[in-house]
Ligand binder design. Structure first.
Ligand code: ADP
Ligand code: MG
Length: 235
């Protein structure tokens, strides 16, 4: 648990976002505010369509808001030019998706190495980091398998390794177990608990899983464009 003295990792200030559909603005976030501390694990709940993915995409700088700010490590991500946001994301954010999003034509090792190639890591260092991460997620012997030869749970473990291989301080996950059965989901939550939390990473995960919510330090729920702290319900 975090005391009020912890350093803020992600500051969200008056964040608004709407989409134009058939000529009409459809508001998704209505001036959302929150702060997430370094090392904190936050579950983001909300009905389908409530804006969870939108919020994660804004935090990662994939998307930009209509107004308001996201501040990470004292940098205003929402004011950066697109190219700077991309570089910032590559260094600071790991992202895990519901449908894994591994590149099907690359084997497991190549999927991991790609991230480090983009960050200009040396070949020897890249090999070392990728092997260490594959070991950590228990897939050492699958380095040369292609994604479609792996089960859903194994693919998600590769995706988690890929999201962490460049040592980002922040891990975002968008319904990472949304496509997995109960038992495999529990394995993924265990992995996040044993591998990611001890490293002090800040984690924000959009989920419908009550099990995940119970394991997190804080639970936020998006309801009609506003974020509510509902941690007490899951204590
Ligand atoms: P969640 O992840 O909670 O299911 P999303 O953030 O994906 O919610 O979507 C919130 C709302 O915004 C939904 O109504 C969705 O249809 C709409 N939406 C999301 N992305 C776009 C887009 N690019 N263009 C138009 N509407 C969008
Ligand atoms: Mg979503």
């Amino acid at each position: 648990m975090n005391s009020g003295k912890s350093k803020v990792a992600i500051k969200i200030k008056n964040l608004s976002k709407s989409y134009i559909e058939a000529g009409r603005a459809h508001s998704i976030l209505l001036g959302t505010n929150t702060q997430i501390c370094e090392g904190e694990t936050v579950a983001l709940l909300g009905r389908s369509g409530s804006g969870k993915s939108t919020l994660l995409n804004l935090i990662s700088g994939i998307d930009i808001p209509d107004s308001g700010e996201i501040v990470i490590d004292d940098k205003i991500v929402t004011s950066m030019k697109e190219q700077d946001r991309t570089l910032f994301r590559r260094e600071n954010i790991g992202f895990v998706y519901q449908f894994f999003n591994l590149i099907p034509t690359l084997d497991v090792m190549e999927n991991l190495k790609l991230v480090l190639e983009l960050n200009n890591t040396s070949k020897a260092q890249s090999e070392k980091q990728c092997r260490a991460l594959l070991d950590a997620v228990g897939l050492r012997d699958r380095a040369n398998s292609f994604p479609d030869a792996l089960s859903g749970g194994e693919q998600q473990r590769v995706a988690i390794a890929r999201a962490l291989v460049h040592n980002p301080p922040i891990l975002l996950a968008d319904e990472p177990t949304g496509n997995l059965d109960q038992e495999t989901s529990t394995e993924i939550w265990n992995l996040l608990d044993t591998l990611v939390r001890p490293l002090g990473r800040t984690i924000v995960l959009a989920t419908h899983s009550m099990e995940a919510a119970r394991r997190c330090d804080r639970v936020l729920e998006l309801v009609q464009g506003e974020l509510h702290d509902v941690t007490g319900k899951y204590a």
